[in-house]
Design a protein around this ligand. Sequence first.
Ligand SMILES: O=P(O)(O)O[C@@H]1C[C@H](O)[C@@H](CO)O1
Ligand SMILES: O=c1cc[nH]c(=O)[nH]1
Length: 335
Amino acid sequence: MVGKHRRSAWHSTLPDSRPSTTSSSRTTKQPLGINQRNKFVHVKNPHLDSMDEDILYHLDLGTKTHNFPAMFGDVKFVCVGGSPNRMKAFALFIHKELGFEGSEEDIQDICAGTDRYCMYKTGPVLSISHGMGIPSISIMLHELIKLLHHAKCCDVTIIRIGTSGGIGIEPGSVVITDTAVNSFFKPQFEQIILDTVVTRSTELDKELAEELLNCSEEIREFPTLIGHTMCTYDFYEGQGRLDGALCFFSNERKLDYLQRAYKAGIRNIEMESTVFAAMCGLCDLKAAVVCVTLLNRLECDQISSPHEVLLEYQQRPQQLISILIKKRLGQHNPK
Ligand SMILES: O=P(O)(O)O[C@@H]1C[C@H](O)[C@@H](CO)O1
Ligand SMILES: O=c1cc[nH]c(=O)[nH]1
């Protein structure tokens, strides 16, 4: 049984079934979310205090070479996603949406000295790529969380905007994760530390998920729903695909697994949400995962939609996040 969630997954193609939660109480013209005033980002590592300098190697930043409070102290929203191009596109999009002055050329990759990750900042919004899979996002998050801590950022909301495979929902739907689960449908992330397996919770911020769902009420162009997200260690065998270089199970076993996942409340599969939820939770960061689905895994394994369709799908979580950010900043004018 998957851990607590307030209601079962819900599909916006049934508008009448939308919860009656009003958008006014939580999301109108408030600079910050209700319960997140002056909450600093916490690192949980006593060794950091005794370090003379902290070099964030994969971001090509360091506390002696860069003035973190000056560069990042005003950050309130951090958006992360796998692809460098997507995260650059998001930074440009949000820059325009927030009506900031300056041209696109002004938004440069802060991590240009490394090709591991890219990072863009526009106003209070930081946009960073994390590559594919748990190890890649985990390295980025260690360094990002330290960056936010050294910069003395407070009241930060962090959102992963990704792509995923849907289960039993229309391709192009956007899933807001209430709980990230592992391949056994459990709300847990297992981190191996030295020679010990440490199990961490993958609960995400339920209020933030609801706030995002409220924002989705303004977008009629695509369905948005709340559901569990399964996070795997692999795209092919790990997600029950029949089209990898290796596959030793039948179509029947694949479908049985995916149907059991659907019954457990899982609506999409991706490769980062559990560690993202676990690390952000431990460091007091309000976190959400918002992924578009590229296909329905009950129907196929290959992602065969045309490039333009996939590009448009990738913009959907960005549209939703832009409404949230504008509402939080008191800049939103509903259509
Ligand atoms: O944020 P992205 O689109 O990279 O997320 C998913 C999970 C994997 O990283 C990748 C697999 O195609 O897409
Ligand atoms: O099926 C999919 C599509 C995108 N990302 C995944 O991890 N799985």
